[in-house]
Ligand binder design. Structure first.
Ligand code: PLP
Length: 413
């Protein structure tokens, strides 16, 4: 691994990832599905194993040494996540299973209590279902309006609709992603955040695709809540985090109820624990949270600026190389406005067929609607192919993809 603030050595980084030490169908693995879930470096895998071997016990409720070690591991990870997103306080970081659970927590616990008839939730046509369906559901359940900003010809949310929305509704929530998982677009959220706050609304940032790929700063973004998933950023699955402003979290009722999240329980009344415990019912994903902390260390050592620059460089290379494939249609913005995601279709060949034949050549991509059916509907598509890159992606994998696509075309000729 190299630790240069401007560039990274993807070949050296790759050596940290044991998954690449195997052949797939006899071919080197070109893993171009990192936006779906990232691979894990040995540093994370080994640290989690060592934790299980030396420090494992339940957290917060044991006085013995292992309980103390495990609690320190969990709380140390919380502090690392706080620093990673530049949150003011560690108690504002709540561990959840994934970004989806984090967004549900916000929708149920904040939206459920604060939305009513006459109010509106605004999302965009580019949302992942995880930042769409919970808001749609809670808005409808509470009699509030659920509004979707359509995208313009550049693929950006069309902000010209905002005045009309403000005229007709009391906007209480604006919820959007920072990076689109299907097109890779990096959004400039500033105008939308300012507009949300002018309306007196909260701004919820789905950072599931942003956190792995670019520096995050909740204070600079000026959002009110933000959700991330560990498995997309070199951490284990089963862990994510939601950040919220302390004053909002404090005013909210809990999302899940049971052990650990209480202050006192009596037959007639239960009172809630302090932040973040109020939102962490039951035994925590202890080792997963610890592993996420190690992943945060790993990414920070490489440098998020360097990762972002590496992905821009790979996307530019991929857009050029994919342009050589006849009948290939690309979707999304230019390289400098997107993270490491390239969506495309090959004329006349279903994306699932493309992905399956690529797999036979060791190339892993995703084919489908990418949990973005509203966007697919807008584009008039059922599905696309998506190749996605990360800090360990090398140009040779993109070359392998392009060669594979030529083979796909021969098979279907
Ligand atoms: C933009 C975006 N939001 C939310 C999610 C949901 O993440 P998870 O499945 O880890 O909850 C994803 C996953 O692909 C995503 O890309």
């Amino acid at each position: 691994m190299t630790a240069d603030s401007k560039t990274l050595n993807a070949h050296a980084i790759r050596a940290d990832f044991p998954i690449f030490e195997q052949l797939i169908h006899g071919k080197p693995l070109a893993y171009l599905d990192s936006a779906n879930s990232s691979q894990k470096p040995r540093q994370v895998i080994d640290a989690m194993t060592t934790f299980y071997e030396t420090s494992y016990a339940n957290v917060h409720r044991a006085v013995h040494v292992l309980g103390e070690r495990a609690t320190a591991g969990l709380e140390g990870a919380r502090e690392k996540v706080r620093a990673f997103i530049n949150a003011p306080e560690a108690r504002e970081v709540v561990f959840v299973r994934n970004a989806t659970e984090g967004l549900n927590l916000i929708a149920y616990a904040w939206g459920g209590a604060n939305l009513g008839p006459g109010d509106a939730v605004v999302v965009t046509e580019l949302e992942h279902h995880s930042n769409f369906v919970p808001w749609q559901y809670i808005a409808q359940r509470n009699g509030a309006s659920f509004l979707m900003l359509e995208i313009d010809d550049n693929g950006d949310p069309d902000l010209s609709q905002l005045d009309a929305i403000a005229r007709d509704h009391t906007v209480k929530v604006v919820a959007t992603n920072l990076v689109s998982n299907s097109l890779g677009t990096i959004h400039d959220l500033g105008p939308l955040v300012r507009w949300a706050h002018e309306q007196g609304a909260i701004f919820v940032c789905d950072a599931a695709q942003a956190a792995p790929h670019m520096p995050l700063d909740v204070q600079a973004l000026d959002c009110d809540f933000l959700a991330i998933s560990g498995h997309k950023m070199c951490g284990p699955s089963g862990i994510g985090a939601v950040w919220g402003r302390a004053r909002l979290l404090e005013a909210m009722e809990p999302f899940l109820l049971g052990g650990h999240m209480i202050n006192s329980v009596r037959y007639d009344k239960t009172t809630w624990g302090e932040l973040p415990h109020k939102f962490e019912a039951g035994t925590s994903p202890i080792v997963e949270a610890y592993g996420l902390g190690v992943a945060v260390d790993y990414l920070s050592a490489v440098g998020l600026d360097a990762i972002e620059a590496h992905e821009h460089e790979l996307v530019a290379y991929a857009l050029g190389r994919l342009g050589e494939v006849p009948g290939l249609k690309l979707y999304g913005p230019p390289a400098d406005r997107r993270a490491g995601v390239v969506s495309f279709n090959v004329e006349g060949i279903h994306p699932h067929d493309v992905a399956q034949i690529l797999d036979m050549q060791g190339v892993a991509i995703r084919a489908g609607h990418h949990c973005c059916q509203p966007l697919m509907h807008k584009l008039g598509l059922a599905a696309t192919n998506r190749a996605s890159f990360y800090l360990y992606t090398v140009r040779e994998e993109i070359d392998q993809l392009v060669e594979g696509l030529h083979t796909v075309q021969k098979v279907f000729a």
